[in-house]
Design a protein around this ligand. Structure first.
Ligand code: ZN
Ligand code: ZN
Length: 337
């Protein structure tokens, strides 16, 4: 099965944290955190439609300026999601520069600030010198940030002495058509299958009539079939891929519970592992995780694979100690990428 999400860490494990997630079949990508982006190919950054920022400590947000430089002059809207205070943080970045001669530029940032109970939003249009426009939007926060036809993004607030967001990206269920069974029914492939899949995904009533073209030479003959019959005969549904991104968090009971719920059964958990267990006092004081704690979270959430990142530079001579510790606690594969 080919995966929709093609994730890679932005930098090596001692560098600024962040994840670039390309979509396999689309000219589209997501960014989780905005650490140093200068190593990223501009062509990749130009694909980014949505950005999810855990918190705005400098190592997670300094890349905003580089992104702005690359996408400036492009005519699209980029959505950014971040924790309380995020709209002011983005506004502060944009107001660090003088904007003139930008009339007619159509780049827009739509910024969503996610607090524990609600989401508020503001728009920053380049053509209006990035003057802030508060959007008349105040939604209750239910845990879901994006509900797209292809994927969902969920978030939880963790305690890092400040609120810090962790994210789960979940591909929607895959609806696959069996070409052999389609052929046996004498039906043709074509755009009608896209609409049929959409109806199945949306849970259209069983007695919906589907008009399907027959697989003859002319393509002009149609059969009318009940959606439920056709679904039972030609469709297989499989669960989609799930990625979870957790960084900068205290190993408290409450954080642990939230992370395990968010990451349950994920394909890959990307988890910070700033310290070794022997330095747990530092981890606790700075509200970070140890490699062992990252491994325990992965184990408890029953994820398939753990990727650790955001390692303290104090371990540059011995990164394998962090991998070893995380793998021992997890009991499964641990990677860096
Ligand atoms: Zn950090
Ligand atoms: Zn931090």
């Amino acid at each position: 099965m080919t995966n929709l999400f093609q994730p890679r860490l932005l930098n090596e494990v001692f560098g600024d944290p962040g994840l670039f997630v390309r979509f396999r079949w689309e000219r589209r990508a997501l960014l989780l955190d905005l650490g140093d982006l200068t190593t990223q190919p501009p062509a990749d950054l130009l694909k980014v439609t949505d950005i999810f920022v855990s918190h705005t400590h400098v190592d997670h947000f300094i890349g905003f300026d580089h992104l702005l430089r690359i996408v400036f002059g492009r005519g699209h809207t980029i959505r950014l999601f971040g924790p309380p205070g995020f709209i002011s943080n983005v506004e502060g970045k944009l107001f660090g520069y003088i904007w003139n001669l930008v009339e007619g530029y159509t780049l827009t940032f739509d910024v969503y600030e996610v607090s524990s109970d609600k989401i508020v939003a503001a728009r920053f249009p380049c053509g209006a010198r990035f003057e802030r426009v508060d959007l008349p939007l105040s939604l209750p926060f239910t845990g879901v940030l994006v509900d797209d036809p292809l994927f969902r993004v969920e978030a939880v607030h963790l305690d890092h002495k400040i609120p810090c967001l962790a994210f789960a990206l979940a591909e929607v269920e895959r609806i696959n058509i069996d070409p052999e069974r389609l052929k046996r029914l004498g039906l043709a492939t074509g755009p009608w299958l896209t609409e049929f899949k959409r109806m199945v995904r949306a849970g259209a009533p069983d007695d919906t009539i589907v008009r399907a073209p027959c697989g003859d030479e002319t393509g002009e003959t149609f059969r009318e079939l009940l959606l439920s019959d056709l679904r039972d005969k030609i469709v297989t549904i499989t669960s989609g891929q799930k990625l979870v991104y957790v960084t900068d968090t205290l190993y408290s009971d409450e954080n642990r519970r939230k992370i395990v719920t968010l990451a349950q059964d994920a394909d890959i958990l990307f988890c910070e592992a700033m310290y070794l267990e022997q330095d747990r006092d530092c981890a606790t004081e700075r509200h970070h995780l140890t490699a062992r704690q990252a491994g325990l979270l992965a184990r408890e959430a029953d994820v398939k694979e753990l990727v650790i990142f955001h390692l303290s530079q104090r371990y540059q001579e011995c990164p394998e100690a962090l991998y070893h510790e995380a793998a021992e606690a997890f009991g499964g594969p641990v990677r860096s990428r």
